[in-house]
Design a protein around this ligand. Structure first.
Ligand code: TYM
Length: 332
């Protein structure tokens, strides 16, 4: 049996990287798999979150998933903290994963920065909670952007060690699903850095809630170079900003990078950026409008999450019981 699980943090605005790397693919997969999508509020608090902002951010991300095209009736959509089994399995995985494995995680190094001693223990153990998210549902496939690949390898290591240590065939070896032209969308200000919610520059990213004027302004300001656009993807080598913008265009217009190069061969950035803006507004505009409409109805979003968390619990609890039995916990 195939089952999909994936998650997104309710920290700051959803951006084009989240959309192209994850949400859009989730929408495409929803008819072929049983899908569980989680707003990972417990992951969010590994870095400081203002409590009064976390609640509306959780609703807004829920609205983003639905506005992007996920049907909350066919998919399970819920927030992580509403299903305590995530934390319970994460504890067990804290005792399965090795320090050496976590020491290799590049995201921790990036996020903790120079002041590692002052990072939260949660930020360090973050990948164990992520493995728990996935394996709590015995998910077989996890659609994510490129940046999550290392965490998914760790998830496989944890599943394998658990199965070996306890002599069971309990957890599957989960496959990542990383596909499309937008698996690693870069910052609009610097083609060497990924587009991210935590970048202090608003101009580095296009948010899913941006209106047409903001999208146009950000694309106009986006860093480019002084050469003309190449005739084939090979010509983008050493041109990270051009590669990024053409990759974004390819992803948004459902074309391959090769097709986009043929379309814009020899053109200047100014003309290309205008067409890119049109496509971005055409794709993101209706989503932003729908998000605004949904966010105005917090009762509806709360109900989606409540229903989703009940359905998630119904799948998770028997699997957690199997894990407890394997570990030897007495369940009185
Ligand atoms: P998060 O919230 O950072 O991002 C959500 C999804 O968006 C993708 N993404 C990108 N894709 C392409 N280009 C970008 N610039 C870009 N930025 C973000 C991410 O790859 C991700 O798929 N740890 C996860 C959340 C998580 C999770 C899970 C995911 C928690 N538990 C279990 C899968 C399975 C995270 O922080 O994603």
């Amino acid at each position: 049996m195939s089952r999909i699980f994936s998650g997104v943090q309710p920290t700051g605005d959803l951006h084009l990287g989240n959309y192209l790397g994850a949400l859009r693919n989730w929408v495409a997969l929803q008819h072929d798999y049983e899908c569980i999508y989680c707003i990972v509020d417990m992951h969010a608090i590994t870095m400081w979150q203002e409590p009064e902002l976390l609640t509306p951010a959780t609703r807004e991300v829920t609205a983003g998933l639905i506005a992007a095209g996920l049907d909350p009736k066919n998919n399970v959509i819920f927030n992580q903290s509403a299903v305590p089994a995530h934390a319970e399995l994460a504890w067990i995985f804290n005792c399965v994963a090795r320090l050496g494995w976590l020491n290799r995680m590049t995201q921790f190094k990036d996020k903790a920065g120079k002041n590692r001693e002052n990072a939260s223990v949660g930020l360090y153990a973050y990948p164990n909670l992520m493995a728990a998210d996935i394996l709590l549902y015995k998910a077989t496939h996890v659609p994510v952007g490129e940046d999550q690949k290392q965490h998914l390898e760790l998830t496989r290591d944890i599943a394998q060690k658990f199965n070996n240590d306890f002599g069971v065939e309990l957890f599957p070896l989960t496959e990542p699903l990383i596909f499309g032209e937008g698996t690693r969308v870069m910052s609009l200000r610097d083609g060497a850095n990924k587009m991210s919610k935590s970048d202090p520059s608003e101009n580095s990213r296009i948010n899913m809630t941006d209106g047409p004027d903001e999208i146009a302004r950000k694309i106009k300001k986006a860093k480019s170079d002084s050469e003309l656009l190449p005739s084939e993807p090979k010509g983008l080598e050493g041109r990270p900003e051009a590669a990024n913008l053409m990759g974004i265009y390819a992803a948004l217009s459902d074309k391959t990078l090769t097709e986009v190069c043929i379309e814009f061969e020899g053109q200047q950035f100014s003309a290309f950026k205008e067409t890119l803006t049109e496509v971005a507004v055409a794709v993101l505009g209706p989503i932003a409008n729908e998000m605004a409409r949904l966010v105005a109805d917090p009762g509806y979003l709360n109900n989606v999450l409540k229903d989703g968390s009940e359905r998630a619990k119904a799948i998770a609890e028997p699997i957690l019981a199997e894990v407890y039995d394997a570990v030897g916990f007495l369940r009185p």
